[in-house]
Design a protein around this ligand. Structure first.
Ligand SMILES: [Zn+2]
Length: 183
C-alpha cells in the first residue's frame, strides 16, 4: 500500500514538473519583455529631438497610455501613422531641423511668416499665416458637429459658418422651453 502511494506521489511530481517549468518560462518571457520595453522607453526619452514629445507629455493632464491609443486601433495606413509619429518626434525636415540638426541650412525662420523658428509646434499651432487655415478646419468640424447634434445653423455651407462660443442643441432648447412652460 505504501509503495503505491509512493509511486503515485512520484508520478504526480513528474506530471507537475513540466507545468512549473513552463510557468517559470512564461514568467521569464514576460519579465524580459517588460524589461526590454523599459529600456526602449528610456532610450526614446533620452533622445534630444525624438524624446521631446514624450518628455513634454504632462502626466497630470494627459494619460500617457490614452495619448497613444490611436496607434493601437490600426485605423490608419502605415505611411500615415509613421508621418504623424515623425511629426510628434520632431523628425520632419523643418527649417529649424535642417539648421540645427542637419546643418544644411543657415536660416531657421518659417518660410511662410518668416518671423519665428520653423518647428513642428510652430507649424501646427503658432504660425500666424497657417492659423487662419487651422481656424477654417475647426469651423468645418464645428459645423458638422452642430448639424449632427441638431444645433440651428444660420448658414447653409460650412465655409460660411462662423462658430459661436456657446451653442445650444435643438433638443436641449425644446427641453428648456418645456420646463419653463410647465412651471
Ligand atoms: Zn510661420
Amino acid at each position: 500500500m505504501n509503495s503505491i502511494i509512493k509511486t503515485a506521489a512520484k508520478i504526480a511530481e513528474e506530471l507537475s514538473e513540466p507545468n512549473e517549468k513552463s510557468d517559470a518560462k512564461q514568467e521569464g518571457i514576460q519579465h524580459t519583455k517588460a524589461r526590454l520595453g523599459e529600456v526602449l522607453e528610456n532610450k526614446w526619452k533620452n533622445k534630444v529631438m525624438h524624446g521631446q514629445y514624450i518628455r513634454n507629455v504632462d502626466r497630470q493632464l494627459i494619460s500617457e497610455e490614452d495619448t497613444f491609443l490611436w496607434l493601437s486601433k490600426g485605423d490608419l495606413k502605415a505611411g500615415t501613422e509613421s508621418e504623424i509619429v515623425a511629426a510628434q518626434d520632431q523628425a520632419i525636415r523643418t527649417k529649424y531641423y535642417a539648421t540645427k540638426i542637419l546643418n544644411t541650412e543657415t536660416d531657421s525662420k518659417c518660410r511662410l511668416c518668416q518671423q519665428f523658428d520653423e518647428t513642428i509646434d510652430h507649424i501646427i499651432s503658432a504660425c500666424p499665416i497657417l492659423v487662419k487655415r487651422h481656424d477654417r478646419v475647426c469651423a468645418q468640424l464645428h459645423f458638422s458637429i452642430c448639424k449632427e447634434t441638431g444645433v440651428q445653423l444660420d448658414k447653409k455651407h460650412w465655409y460660411e459658418h462662423v462658430p459661436k462660443s456657446v451653442e445650444t442643441p435643438g433638443w436641449q432648447r425644446n427641453h428648456t422651453v418645456e420646463s419653463t412652460s410647465s412651471n
